[in-house]
Design a protein. Structure first.
Length: 435
């Protein structure tokens, strides 16, 4: 064969011959070949479909890959790689994760928990720069903040197609700034962010405790506000609880309108389930809708995910929606206790993002002050949120000796007792991990 792409086509042909046409078209056809290195083939698939594929089709995929290559192959599944946001014709940035669903005001379910935030967002979308500036929306994960932010973006794009809308996140803003600094091209960064008409920033809490990022964000905020441009921010907490945020930014975030989104009522949850079922063309009985709404109370994303799982069972197994299937789907979606290795990985990644140190460096033997502190913090948090022994924690960090872990824990306890800002940062990381 001339290329790995031809091998991938052979694998697809084998897969197509082993499953029904519907199963192939829905689950396997969307798989995309990314790379093949060191006997590992990497495939890309959306977050929703990845779990179904791993649960239902991974053994089959492994068999077909081995048949095509002629030797055993390891298969990795990743989310669509999108390091640079998609740039639309109107200039706004969106992550590819938003392409699965068109977030608009029309399909936002309004209830007592979000009515004020919805009204404020709609007002801003109709009168950018004139209504509430900035608009700061906060609430726990999965309650609709991103939906409202995307709805503003879509509404402005529809009404004002020639205006520039930038949709980004606190984390991406930070990473992008770092890249521009490395390229010695901060002027281009300034031009990009300070010349837009509407700036939408999701999860702005990620810029806290990052000195250079906060400095840049402050000047961006000031430039846009003084020019009468609209700023909308979302966060998992109100500005007053962002302890590691600079005071000058906190006061500016509080200078506009602050709106919170809370957990939806039972009636709102039922409406969300019904709406999602209608969108996916699934006929759910009132009993099934009630069962889902009564068992998932605090996360809209999980409500929608449960309906998607029910649709998956219906398509793959031909199973009619029932309370038993809903119970199974809820169990799959709402498992809040990931395996320990996954939790450790999440902790290291969270510490990496917060302190701008790579996960590889955290696991390495490098003794740079920033890296050493990030490593100690990660070890401390792993000790706090898991039941791993110090020996097991050491193994997770490049096979460090358990005495190294014990030393790190002692150092962190002393530092946290003396440094309230560091303690607040660590508490924030633990909160994000647990949520």
């Amino acid at each position: 064969m001339d290329s790995f792409n031809e091998i991938w086509e052979t694998i697809r042909t084998l897969l197509k011959s082993r499953v029904t046409e519907v199963a192939y078209n829905v689950w396997l056809e969307p798989l995309e070949f990314v790379s093949f290195e060191n006997d590992v083939i990497t495939l890309s698939i959306s977050e929703f479909k990845r779990k179904i594929i791993v649960d239902k089709f991974s053994a089959l995929i492994n068999e077909c890959c081995e048949a095509a290559f002629g030797f055993p192959i390891t298969v990795n599944y990743i989310l669509p790689n999108d390091p640079e946001p998609i740039l639309s014709q109107s200039g706004e940035q969106r992550s590819s994760r938003d392409d699965d669903y068109n977030y608009t005001f029309d399909n936002f379910i309004i209830g007592s928990s979000n009515r004020f935030a919805h009204a404020a967002a709609l007002n801003v979308a109709n009168n950018p720069g004139k209504a509430y500036n900035p608009l700061f929306i906060y609430g726990h994960s999965g309650l609709g903040k991103t939906h409202l932010l995307s709805a503003i973006m879509n509404e402005v794009r529809a009404q004002r197609p020639h205006e520039t809308v930038i949709y980004t996140s606190g984390e991406h803003f930070t990473n992008e700034l770092i890249q521009y600094i490395r390229d010695h091209n901060t002027a281009a960064f300034h031009d990009k962010y300070r010349s837009c008409d509407v700036l939408l920033v999701d999860d702005v809490q990620f810029i806290a405790n990052k000195e250079a990022t906060q400095e840049e964000f402050f000047h961006t905020f000031e430039a846009l506000k003084n020019a009468g441009k609209q700023i909308v921010l979302t966060s998992d907490r109100p500005p007053r609880e962002m302890i590691t945020l600079e005071e000058r930014l906190r006061t500016r975030f509080e200078g506009g309108l602050i709106a919170d989104v809370q957990a939806p009522s039972l009636e709102t949850r039922m409406a969300i389930v019904k709406k999602k079922a209608d969108e996916l063309h699934i006929d759910l009985s009132d009993d099934v809708i009630s069962f889902i709404a009564e068992n998932i109370k605090k996360n809209i994303r999980q409500l929608e995910g449960t309906v998607k799982r029910i649709k998956a069972y219906q398509e793959v197994e031909g199973t009619k929606p029932s309370i038993a299937i809903a119970k199974k789907a809820i169990s799959d979606i709402s498992n809040d206790n990931p395996p320990v290795p996954v939790k450790v990985e999440n902790i290291i990644n969270e510490v990496s993002r917060t302190f701008n140190v790579s996960p590889a460096d955290i696991r390495s033997d490098r003794r740079n002050a920033n890296i050493s502190q990030a490593r100690q913090i990660a070890m401390y948090i792993v000790h706090e949120v898991t039941d791993l022994s110090t020996k097991a924690i050491g193994a997770e960090f490049g096979n460090k000796h358990y005495s190294t872990v014990i030393y790190a824990l002692g150092e962190m306890k002393e530092k946290l007792a003396k440094n309230m800002q560091l303690k607040a940062t660590v508490d924030d990381i633990i909160k994000n991990i647990n949520e």
